[in-house]
Write a protein that binds this ligand. Structure first.
Ligand code: HEC
Length: 126
């Protein structure tokens, strides 16, 4: 009777130890995995987003909004949301070559980027 109790206690404590070890190794592993994931994934996602950035709204806000206002509402440069710039290719021509006090962006921006800006401006409405 006493012997069975001793065996049962021994088995229970062994089982508890195994479970504790299993839980510990599981909780340690996820803590180590994210850093190694980050170091292998972050550089590749960074380069792809910077080389393929052709988001019209982001490019407009970076290169145009200082002079033309956010959403083309106008500032030191004329407003672009009047409806007269609803032709993307006309906007692209001006972005490439500049106009009067506006600098041209050819060389600074790629053709896909200029097209994205043209499409964005053409879609602006008051
Ligand atoms: C340094 C300020 C400046 C920046 C930056 C700038 N522009 Fe301009 N933009 C002007 C000025 C000033 C004019 C008016 C030129 C004129 O008619 O003599 C103009 C004119 C224009 C026109 C013709 C508007 C009209 O009614 O004649 C368009 C279209 C245009 N800009 C689009 C853009 C886009 C798109 C960008 C971003 C890639 C941009 N501009 C960046 C200052 C700027």
């Amino acid at each position: 009777m006493l012997q069975t109790k001793v065996w049962r206690n021994l088995i229970i404590s062994i089982a508890v130890t195994i479970i504790a070890v299993a839980v510990l190794t599981r909780s340690i592993q996820p803590a180590q995995t994210p850093p190694s994931n980050q170091s292998s994934q972050t550089p590749s996602s960074n380069t792809s987003s910077s080389t393929t950035q052709v988001s019209g709204v982001n490019l407009y806000n970076t290169y145009c909004s200082a002079c033309h206002g956010s959403n083309g509402s106008g500032a030191s440069g004329p407003a672009l949301n009047s409806g007269s710039w609803s032709d993307s290719s006309k906007v692209q021509t001006i972005v490439k070559s500049g106009k009067g006090g506006m600098p041209g962006f050819q060389g600074q921006l790629s053709d896909p980027q200029i097209k994205a800006i043209g499409d964005y401006v053409a879609a602006l409405k008051q």
